[in-house]
Design a protein around this ligand. Structure first.
Ligand code: ADP
Ligand code: MG
Length: 322
């Protein structure tokens, strides 16, 4: 521990040396000033990671940094926004320059990859806690909301599901994996891909969109609720990585893919007429459809069907009745 004062700390670790032209003022003034592209709305989202709740206090600070920024940026991709910059509220129990050096340099690398520069923040002393607020831009009226899905539309996901839950099982010693699977799962957990380009491409095509952070069933339920519909998902269409899937029971795999969370894929709805086009985009998989709510299936309900069209009981980990 050293006795670094707050402003030296900010200057040393959290002041990017070069900023893109749309950042009129970054770290160092009372507010950051950002120029919003003409005709755009500002998209804002904040994510907080608390030590002992979202990560272990002794976890690698570089991995915490990468994961925190990526998870926050995922919400911008889900709205079809492009990143403008982010602010960081950092609460530290003490000034540990080794920790700070590693955290700040990984944060800066990730900011560079995502083209989302650090533009300001707040630094306080207390239990380790990291909040990242991302700011993005989306052409007015074109954001991908949760509320636009229509009955009969397709439900798509942008890549493999269940990786987040499998990674957590691996990190907690509940899953053994080959070196290749181990590397894949750690990368998916700490460096989830954030596909801003896909979000942009889906403007005007996806009628509703969300990022899968709490699990497909829970997140698709948010689209269903916001759109006043129900949804069906075909369990056997869920894309899963063979790297970990072969090492667990089918029931476990389905449970992770449906309810595991931490996948940071996009889940979106689109008209059936978009199928041909969407099938040409890499990684997209059609997994279900939106249906009218009625007396038996209320709005916001997500039903999981097996290959015979029989409803699966997802509360008991993929077990199917009959
Ligand atoms: P104020 O008191 O006006 O809120 P501060 O003294 O807290 O400002 O911060 C000084 C400057 O440093 C501000 O520009 C603020 O955005 C920035 N800043 C503070 N903490 C961080 C941080 N952890 N990362 C990036 N910028 C920070
Ligand atoms: Mg001030």
């Amino acid at each position: 521990m050293t006795s670094l004062d707050e402003f030296t700390l900010i200057r040393r670790y959290f002041t990017p040396s070069a900023l893109p032209p749309h950042i009129v003022a970054g770290v160092g003034d009372d507010c950051a000033l950002l120029t919003l592209p003409a005709g755009c709305e500002l998209a804002i989202s904040i994510d907080t990671q608390v030590a002992g709740v979202h990560f272990h206090a002794d976890a690698d600070p570089a991995l915490i940094a990468s994961r925190t920024l990526r998870c926050a940026a995922s919400d911008l991709a889900a709205m079809g926004a492009i990143p403008l910059g982010f602010t960081l509220a950092l609460t530290l129990p003490a000034v540990d320059e080794v920790w700070l050096g590693s955290f700040a340099s990984a944060l800066s690398v990730t900011a560079g990859i995502l083209q989302c520069p650090l533009v300001g923040g707040d630094t306080t002393r207390g239990p380790l806690c990291i909040s990242v607020q991302v700011h993005g831009a989306v052409p007015a009226g074109q954001a991908l909301r949760r509320s636009g899905a229509q009955a009969g539309e397709d439900v798509w996901v942008s890549g493999t599901l269940g990786d987040g839950a499998a990674a957590l099982a691996l990190l907690e010693g509940r899953l053994s994996a080959s070196p290749e699977a181990d590397a894949f799962l750690r990368q998916r957990f700490y460096e989830p891909d954030i596909n801003f380009a896909l979000g942009v491409q889906l403007r005007g095509i996806a009628t509703a969109c969300i990022d899968v952070s709490d699990g497909l069933v829970a997140d698709l339920a948010h689209i269903a609720t916001a759109s006043g519909l129900a949804a069906s998902v075909h369990r056997d269409l869920l894309p899963m990585s063979p790297l970990w899937k072969t090492g667990v029971t089918e029931e476990q795999a389905h449970s992770w893919a449906l309810t595991g969370g931490d996948d940071y894929r996009l889940c979106f709805t689109a008209s059936v007429s978009q199928r041909t086009f969407l099938s040409t985009l890499e990684g997209l998989v059609l997994v279900g459809n939106m249906v009218q709510a009625d007396a038996t299936v209320s709005a916001g309900t997500v039903t999981v069907l097996d290959k015979h069209g029989v409803t699966c009981d997802i509360s008991s980990h993929g077990f199917c009745h009959f």
